[in-house]
Design a protein around this ligand. Structure first.
Ligand code: CA
Length: 458
């Protein structure tokens, strides 16, 4: 089956994702940082002696060195905070090299290389990138690079931005109620409504597709969706050649603040407490360094708990916005970190439950990687024809191979995390979307059947 996909769909995949591959650096407000820039201040980390004195022998990592890739959006905060606040060092990971990636294409390529080849050992991923890399579906020459999914980094923090010229046409969360006219008008014209995401067939592609389809707009035939780097998308929105952008903070807020566009909706409105980006690593590194893997997880868990204390969010915004990391003004991060969104067209949201959460949300653990969420991403891939239908039956086998929630549990126990913060099931149960559609992880086919707009026949 994977052979089938390799031959038939790999080419298509490359055509779609090619635009985002490793060539364009983030510019403008996010600065123009050199790639693989290492952030961090030395004084925030305890000395190696202090660390080894505090660690018990059984937990002492095999290595203190690792290279993790990240993309400068709020999803990356747990890595940056774990390094800057000394949480990695506390568990013996005193040499964590955080490598800023210019695009998701370069994150994929650097994962393929591994740190020995000048790339990275793991880091931040959209979904289901770790599964696709493991299966050799997005790597060069279809090489299978086994990966382990170890923790979820964040929920919320993403949204759909629309160019200013479309203000006042009712483009909001529920397009079935209003705003549909614009898309129908555009469909009939020679220039279809064109929207971008940063990498095809992962989160941001899924969010805009779900939103459009729920409003009765077919994302494959009624609009044009393309992969374009963030900075270029924003420039194109300014000049009027791009209509929309499915992206994560700080981009949506920046677009509003600079009056380039407005926010149609937040992903938090579409699917409250939805799965977002993840921490994953090359299995080879994890198998060689099981204690160091748990040390990284413990550092990330500590950072996630620290980030969810809203009293720390001002400091978090200051650290993340620093020149070594996002290189922007801290106030751009502050408002969304408090759940405050000026939508840019007169609407606004002031609701803490809509803010980004890193450790816990209304549904329980954010950090724990629920297998039922991997299944949603694979099901959604089947919905849009990104993966052949047989992946629905193959999903369990792939998820069991990639998702290492067992390592998360072990690390949590060793770190003394309260039992109430450790989920008892690998499934979060039934998920409900804003339009009333439900995803029952026990019945993914039923979810697909209930969706009106889809590419797969079920
Ligand atoms: Ca995202």
């Amino acid at each position: 089956m994977s052979e089938f996909f390799n031959h038939v769909s790999r080419r298509k995949f490359l055509l779609v994702t090619g635009a985002s591959a490793g060539t364009v650096l983030l510019k403008g407000c996010l600065g123009n940082p050199p790639e693989n820039l290492t952030g961090g201040s030395a004084q925030s980390q305890p000395s190696a002696q202090q660390v080894s004195a505090n660690l018990n022998a059984e937990e002492k990592p095999e290595t203190s060195k690792v290279k993790l890739g990240y993309v400068p959006i709020v999803e990356a905060a747990p890595f940056i905070i774990a390094k800057e606040k000394g949480f990695f060092a506390k568990y013996g990971m005193t040499s964590v090299d955080l490598s800023k990636q210019s695009s998701w294409g370069s994150m994929r390529d650097n994962t393929e290389l591994g740190s020995a080849g000048g790339g990275v050992d793991g880091g931040q991923y959209q979904m289901p990138m770790p599964h696709l890399i493991t299966e050799g579906l997005i790597t060069k020459g279809n090489q299978k690079i086994p990966m382990y999914l170890l923790a979820q980094l964040i929920t919320h923090g993403n949204g759909i931005a629309i160019a200013s010229k479309h203000v006042g046409q009712g483009i909001e969360l529920d397009l079935a109620k209003s705003g549909k006219t614009l898309f129908e008008k555009n469909k009939a014209s020679k220039t279809p409504f064109t929207a971008a995401y940063t990498f095809a067939r992962v989160n941001q592609d899924f969010w805009i597709r779900y939103w459009l389809a729920a409003g009765g707009i077919n994302p494959d035939t009624d609009v044009k969706l393309i992969a374009v780097p963030s900075a270029q998308t924003v420039a194109n929105m300014k000049t009027g050649t791009m209509d929309g952008f499915s992206t994560g903070d700080p981009w949506p807020y920046r677009i509003v603040k600079e009056k380039i566009g407005f926010l149609a909706m937040l992903t938090a409105q579409m699917w409250k407490n939805h799965p977002e980006e993840y921490f994953a690593m090359r299995s080879e590194w994890v198998n060689k360094n099981p204690k160091a893997t748990k040390a990284l997880l413990k550092g990330i868990m500590a950072a996630q708990q620290w980030l969810d204390n809203f009293d720390n969010r001002k400091e978090a915004a200051q650290i993340l916005s620093g020149r070594n990391y996002f290189n922007l003004s801290a106030d751009i991060l502050m408002a969304p970190f408090q759940g405050k969104y000026d939508m840019g067209d007169g609407r606004s949201i002031d609701d803490k439950s809509m803010a980004a959460y890193y450790w816990k949300d209304e549904r329980g653990s954010v950090s724990y990687p629920y297998k039922s969420h991997d299944l949603w991403f694979i099901t959604e891939s089947v919905r849009w024809g990104f993966l052949p239908k047989e992946y629905l039956t193959k999903a369990k086998e792939i998820i069991d191979k990639v998702n290492r929630e067992d390592i998360w549990r072990e690390a949590a126990k060793e770190a003394g995390i309260a039992a109430s913060d450790i989920p008892t099931s690998t499934s979060r149960g039934v998920e409900t979307f804003f339009d009333g559609i439900k995803f029952d992880p026990e019945k993914p086919e039923e979810y697909l059947k209930n969706l009106k707009i889809k590419k797969v026949n079920v």
